[in-house]
Write a protein that binds this ligand. Sequence first.
Ligand SMILES: Nc1ncnc2c1ncn2[C@@H]1O[C@H](COP(=O)(O)OP(=O)(O)OP(=O)(O)O)[C@@H](O)[C@H]1O
Length: 860
Amino acid sequence: MLHKRSSPLSQAEFSPIYVYARTRLCEPAAEWRCNRRDNLVVRRNMRRAGAAYCSAGFTRDTTRGMRFRKRGLVNMTISPREEEEKRLTEVLDVVERRLDKELEVLGERRGDVVDIRREFWDDVRISFADATEMGETWTSIMQQKELLLERERTHRLAFESVERLAKMHDNPYFARIDFAEEGRDTETIYIGRASLVGEDGETFYVYDWRAPVSSLFYDHEPGPAAYETPEGEIRGELELKRQFVIRAGRLKHVFDTDETVGDDILQAVLSEKSDTSMKSIVATIQKEQNRIIRDEKHRLLVVQGAAGSGKTSAALQRVAYLLYRYRDSLTPDQIVLFSPNPVFKGYISRVLPELGEANMRQMTFRELIEARLGRRFQVEDLFSQTEVLSASEGTPEGEARERSVRYKGSDHFFQTVERYFKRLESGGVRFRPLRFRGDTIASADEMAAKFYSVPASEGFGYRAGQLRKWLIERLASWVDAQMDESWVEEAAELADEEEIQRAYVEIRRRGGFHEDAFDDEDRMTQLLMRRAAESAVEPLRKAVKAYRFLDPVATYLELFRSRSLFASCSPDGKLPEGWEWMASRLEETLDRKTIDHEDATPLMYIMEGLEGFRKVEGEIRHLFVDEAQDYSPFQAAYLRRRFPRARMTVLGDFNQAIYAQSQETGGFGGWIRLMPEEDTAVWRLTTSYRSTKQIVEFSKKILRPEEAADIRPFEREGEEPKLVLVRDGAKLADLVSVEIRRLLDVGYGTIGVIAKSAKECGNAAALLKERLPDEVPITYVTGSSALLPRGVSVLPSYLAKGIEFDAVVVWDASAARYGEDRDRKLMYTVCTRALHVLLVYSLGEPSKWLPDSHSFANVR
Ligand SMILES: Nc1ncnc2c1ncn2[C@@H]1O[C@H](COP(=O)(O)OP(=O)(O)OP(=O)(O)O)[C@@H](O)[C@H]1O
């Protein structure tokens, strides 16, 4: 067992030739720096231990700090493996003892909670005799409740602690470094998913991978090395770097490595079969990924990374890192991650709990749109838009729609709307008159006059707020003026028993209904009339409170009603091609109370802009956006304003910009300008870890040479992608089902059959189900599916974003399906989903985007 000690060591403990005295004594190294007293204690202990070792026949190896060599035993060796096995046993011992203790605590806490719940009412003093007694009863209930909450919290903490220790018992650490800080002795540091500290609070058996010192492991190979701490840089020599594979508490492999993170381990990890949920990469984080994970300097991090280069993985590790680094001030619910779709959301949801952290909030942009516009309109989603475009490909209508989608996702349109906004500061905002039963309480003109009477420098939000206040007052005085109207009298006559009773109590409270009162009846009538009038206008009041007097829809529509207005706002003074089509389409969809996906964010942007982004989520401190290349400039700007205090980590790959809305901006334009240059860092990840070398080389050829120039495969060998030309759908299904059986037999657990559109997927799934036995699970994945199942998933190309499969079958990669320019990136995205096997089938002439299309196997 490892612990701090000052007594001389027994002879039995001297079996190894190299005795790492510092391993036994210097674990609390991190504490040294913070606490001078501890520093002295540790150093004194080391000197004592040194003396003990020397008197027991060891000489000090001066070249290696406090390392001792037994005199006369030079040839007796202990292998690193034996040494590490011994150490592992000792650490597991500590974990076990801690686990026993925590289990005991957990049992006690659970007992407490059960007891309090059972005896809750016994321990509460209840009396409603008078106001004082009622007050005391209330206090007593509250005290009991607080007690219960407190015990539940400690029970939860004990439970989490047990969980963490149980995981630690399985795999307590994955690396060791020996580091000699300048002017100090060498320290041995073991690194794991969480730290393990001795009961004395000083002995560090394992350091958390997120501790500053742990970055030495990720960033350096043996030799001169340095790491950052909040107090400054610490330099020294990295003497040893060792990696472990420990499973179920057993040491499987030990590697000493000269590389930043050893290729052997990475090879082994990447060759593993994939799962239905994402894995943590904590043991093999690469240097360039570590830089992203630990960047604290910049408010905006933009990461452009090749497919499979670990963007999502790095983002999730970064979440865990931030939660650790700012554990006193940052909670998981202050972090939001935007995922591309619900399937992806489910796919990554288990990574962080595996790291021992509570989960951050996950959202899709679609959810924001639904929350804002969903009640009043039927809003098309991105996937339906993609399907519609795909189905109408080649038709004049389809082309016009695609032009519109591209344009509305462009920078030109964003600039136009921004300039339009500037104009709105001095006039042009549309208002909805406040009317009640044909009476105009406040006209649109009056509202405009009021709105524009507040100086523009105050901003839209303040102006809208002032107008709202004025309207509420206007409404109240209008109600006053209505008291003689017959409709009020009629409404009051319809008052029910309960309302009458309430009015009676109210009048009594104000001193009515006693012997001197003479006008009680009048007062009752007046009160009932006021109540009736107020409740009649209540919906109107609520609408005013919710800013419904602003008319963002008409304000947006105006831009497409006036050619001159649009042209004067556009940065080059021109109307885009197809402007008339866009204008009539907008008019027509809004009439139907529907909104095309491409109009949803601009509309929301104008809506919230006019209200001054009043629903800002200021408590959110970190925003992560995955697949950021698919966001239009409007979406980027919207998120920035909606989450104004958040630092942003934005990850994407412009080679995977598959939606028409992001084709014009090519990915990151909208993001990079969100914050000042000095607050922004742009990182690139170039090595692709997901796929075998053969698959990466194949997929690179789908891209243009300049797009693929930066992509490097990780050297993992596999089979060449297979290209097969087939005659018809039935033959295609026959061949694919044979391959699926083969792949399942070899042990691949996740197979993705990816077709371009949802319609083809329905067809493919039906054909495959006919041909495969029932025990082969085939799941048709749709836009609302929340989980990726094991077995065979049949899914449309756009839903495959961000996820991966052991084997990918491209269902019909023909020129007819992937013939357009934008299909190139889609094809690249689909092929890069494969870890080990890629099979590409084409019904007829293969797409020109496929490399080596001449090497397709003959028609089968
Ligand atoms: N450092 C690493 N160690 C081990 N595995 C890694 C590492 N980095 C990435 N991977 C693996 O590579 C695969 C791809 O990672 P990830 O999904 O994070 O990449 P991505 O850049 O987000 O991909 P894409 O843009 O194609 O969706 C995953 O299986 C992940 O576990």
